[in-house]
Ligand binder design. Structure first.
Ligand code: PLP
Length: 373
């Protein structure tokens, strides 16, 4: 019998991405939106999971609008998704107008200057080109602020000549359902929408916003992190499936005596005789150094502590309580996945799942699975 060994089989650290979980998450969000269309935010290479694999799956599930941050992301996505509306959140900067037109990318207009720029470009081409209007309702990052919006209301025809598709705003604290900012932003968005002379559809909710209820849904949901398994609300049960699994192989097992230290700086000292598994995954793979003596890893079904400093290519894990047959050189450890979730790991590292996922290293051998139902 001939067996084929793949790079994935022999990899020291590997990343499996379950596109079936992304599908289920998209369906779950659609269900929560109760018939309101659901876009997909696939910026930063689909939060590190691979936009070239994630975007087609979302499209197959019925997604008709994809958001990215930068124009070059939009141009790349256009090759992958030739029929889908692609919108670019970071706006239209001077000199980029033609690229938008050539690749049929919809700019999200974030300032008065950009309104003037896109209007003037529409005038030049003789076409009413599509765009979205971003109003700021409390984030103070991108979008027209209150004074600018008032100016728009007082200035006749300033929005003419553009094919406005959506009015959008972004929630600053939707992952904390009890935060009063959510209602404040909703009220500001309502006011803006009410006074806007041009009829546009509206979109306010990111992943967490979708779970804040119907009032936040308007005409389009814009989830990112929940597609990739991130929890919509901090401190509550996570209804999303985790699509990623990172496994590292055990390179060595050693026993250290009580009082000995492990790793750089001797920062961790054994309180008892301890079996240490040295596992192939380090900060060069995106395994955050802040997880030194703070992370967990699942070995043979047992949740174990990462002890000592994270190094470039390795972590050291206390496997004293793991059955000896499970913790052996060559054995596979779940570094991140359904047991050690991105949110739990991010909490332990003092960061958020977004940063963790977008920082996944390029050294992992990647493998995509997809259980379409
Ligand atoms: C304007 C806008 N909408 C939607 C999203 C998606 O947000 P989330 O990943 O929290 O669902 C983002 C992400 O940063 C964004 O900037």
């Amino acid at each position: 019998m001939v067996t084929t060994t793949t790079a994935f089989d022999v990899a020291l650290s590997r990343l499996t991405i379950d596109l079936g979980a992304v599908r289920r998450n998209y369906r779950r969000l659609c269900q929560e939106l109760g018939g309101v269309p659901c876009a997909g935010v696939v910026k930063a290479d689909a939060y590190g999971l691979g936009a070239d694999r994630v975007a087609p799956v979302l499209i197959e599930e019925g997604c008709r609008l994809l958001f990215v941050a930068t124009l070059d992301e939009a141009v790349r996505l256009r090759q992958i998704a030739p029929e889908t509306v692609v919108a670019c959140l970071n706006g239209v900067l001077a000199g980029t107008e033609e690229v938008f037109l050539e690749h049929e990318i919809v700019p999200v207009i974030n300032s008065l200057e950009q309104i003037a720029r896109w209007r003037s470009y529409c005038g030049k081409t003789g076409e009413k080109l599509p765009a979205m209007l971003h109003v700021d309702t409390g984030m103070n990052r991108l979008g027209l602020d209150e004074r600018e919006f008032d100016w728009v209301l007082e200035t006749p025809n300033v929005l003419d000549g553009i094919d406005w598709q959506y009015l959008i705003s972004h929630l600053a604290a939707a992952d904390d359902p009890d935060n009063p900012m959510n209602a404040e932003q909703l009220n500001r968005f309502r006011r803006v929408r009410q006074y806007l002379p041009h009829k546009m559809k509206a979109s306010l909710a990111n992943s967490s916003g979708i779970f804040l209820g119907k009032a936040f849904h308007y005409d389009l949901g814009r989830p990112g992190i929940a597609l990739y398994g991130g929890r919509p609300a901090a401190g509550r049960d996570n209804p999303m499936d985790c699509p990623i699994r990172i496994e590292g192989r055990i390179l060595q097992i050693r026993t250290v005596e009580a009082g000995w230290t492990v790793g750089y700086g001797g920062s961790w000292r054994a309180g008892r005789e301890t079996r240490i598994a040295t596992v192939a995954a380090g900060y060069a793979d995106g395994y955050l150094r802040h997880l030194s003596s703070a992370g967990r890893a699942a070995v043979g079904g047992v949740l174990c502590d990462v002890v000592g400093r994270v190094s470039m290519d390795m972590i050291t894990v206390d496997v004293t309580d793991v059955p000896a047959a499970e913790a052996v050189p060559g054995g596979v450890v779940e570094v991140l996945g359904p047991t050690v979730t991105p949110d739990a790991m991010a909490d332990a590292a003092g960061t958020i799942g977004y940063e963790l996922l977008t920082g996944l290293g390029s050294r992992y051998v990647r493998h995509y699975v997809d259980d379409v139902e």
